[in-house]
Ligand binder design. Structure first.
Ligand SMILES: [Zn+2]
Length: 425
């Protein structure tokens, strides 16, 4: 009888790093990177959003099993508790899909109920919308006039006009989060699972204010919902697959304030989504959260798999780029990216080293302490579903990875060693 498969667990306030693995072949590299370079950081080795399951044609069980199978190796006996993230859940029906597969960390994403643009609305538009949703945000008036001095953090003034604007922007999203949390409580009980909640309000165009953060935390607490982690939308540009762009002083002020709020209202972890490749801001996050953070990465591991293709099957890599370019207009639709195809060479006739530099970027071209900046990564990033489910390219990529498993692992270990080292306290 083989040993039973290791099980995911809640990680509480331990700092954590989420390694999304869209291929189901990366956990070995992820776990080795964590074991050697993670320090106190725990791994979330199974992590997939509903969108990713749809685009890759996988189920939550496949994702969990891929992680478990890799982690049962004796070398990972000392890796400590590890988590499994049911990522970006927007509907109660999605929760059960993950609960029956044993996922433990639930990222509740109420963004479809958010009104991100309300930040810039004139007050009369805010008032009109507030009048429409008043019954859903009945808590507004009771909070008016409160002043909350967050220890070592911001002072939050709950003026009625500001509360109304915040309620219009995120009030219904808070209600949705409560509904999702109730549904999770039922699924957890049904499956005898210990679970924890992250709330993510990051996938929106406007930064999360301290008042909004406080309101989310306050309302959830009033409703009896305990959270392990919260992902605000930070200021600046947090695009997929590349380094942060924005004013570091503005980001630091935001992270420090949100970190103080997370300690005061929880404590819970401060979470950075689209967190891969943003090495330059990791020290800020580690300091602002006092080591109580979560970082989520996903597509960057699949890009390292494509690097194996670039090195060992140049023609396959050219075909992957051609497919990604052909699908980019459609595939980019739900992602925060700014690459344009005209910026990058057509793959036909281009040598693979030049293509790798243009579409994946390389550590040898990247200054120390920084992540990749090459926007060509986004063209391949958005195409993961198109490439992995392509009847010719998908199997071809898997074949190359099987033949060059050591290279694949080495790329992943180097990639995440750099990430994990930048996060050490
Ligand atoms: Zn996110």
């Amino acid at each position: 009888m083989p040993d039973p498969l290791p099980l995911a667990r809640p990680l509480g306030l331990s700092p954590s790093f989420g390694f999304g693995d869209r291929l189901g072949l990366a956990t070995l590299g992820h776990a080795r990177a964590l074991l050697r370079h993670g320090g106190p950081i725990r791994g979330i080795f199974a992590q997939q959003s509903v969108r990713e399951l749809t685009r890759t044609g996988r189920e939550a069980e496949d994702v969990m099993q891929a992680a478990q199978t890799a982690l049962r190796a004796p070398e990972f006996a000392g890796i400590g508790p590890w988590g499994a993230d049911a990522d970006h859940l927007k509907e109660p029906a999605d929760i059960e899909r993950y609960a029956k597969a044993g996922f433990t960390f639930y990222t509740l994403d109420p963004s479809p109920c958010m009104e991100a643009a309300a930040d810039a609305w004139p007050q009369e538009q805010v008032e009109a919308r507030y009048a429409e949703i008043r019954a859903e945000v009945a808590w507004v008036e009771a909070l008016a006039g409160q002043r909350i001095a967050v220890p070592e953090g911001p002072v939050i003034d709950c003026t009625l006009p500001q509360l109304k604007r915040a309620a219009v922007k995120i009030g219904r999203a808070i209600g949705k989060t409560v509904a999702l949390a109730r549904s999770l409580a039922e699924s957890s009980a049904r499956h005898g699972l210990q679970t924890e909640i992250e709330v993510s309000v990051d996938e929106t165009d406007t930064p999360t204010s301290f008042l909004e953060h406080w309101l989310v935390a306050h309302r959830l607490r009033e409703e009896g919902v305990t959270i392990a982690s919260l992902a605000p939308r930070f200021p600046g540009s947090l695009e997929k697959g590349v380094e942060y762009k924005g004013d570091p002083a503005v980001l630091a002020a935001s992270m420090n304030g949100h970190g103080a709020l997370a300690r005061f209202m929880g404590p819970y972890k401060l979470s950075l989504h689209s967190g891969s490749d943003k090495l330059a801001i990791y020290p800020l996050l580690a300091r602002a959260s006092r080591g109580c953070f979560h970082v989520k990465s996903a597509g960057t591991s699949y890009l390292e798999a494509l690097r194996v293709l670039a090195r060992h099957d140049a023609d396959g890599f050219r075909q992957a780029i051609a497919l990604a370019r052909a699908r980019y207009a459609a595939d980019r639709a739900s992602y925060h990216v700014s690459a344009e195809l005209a910026m990058f060479p057509e793959p036909a006739g281009c040598d693979s080293a030049a293509l790798e530099a243009a579409y994946l970027d390389r550590w040898e071209d990247t200054p120390p302490g920084r992540g990749f900046t090459g926007l060509g990564r986004q063209v391949l990033h958005c195409a993961f579903g198109s490439i992995l489910t392509d009847p010719a390219l998908g199997p071809r990529l898997r074949q190359v990875l099987a033949e060059h498993a050591a290279t694949h692992e080495a790329f992943l270990v180097e990639h995440f060693a750099r990430h994990l080292r930048a996060l050490q306290p």
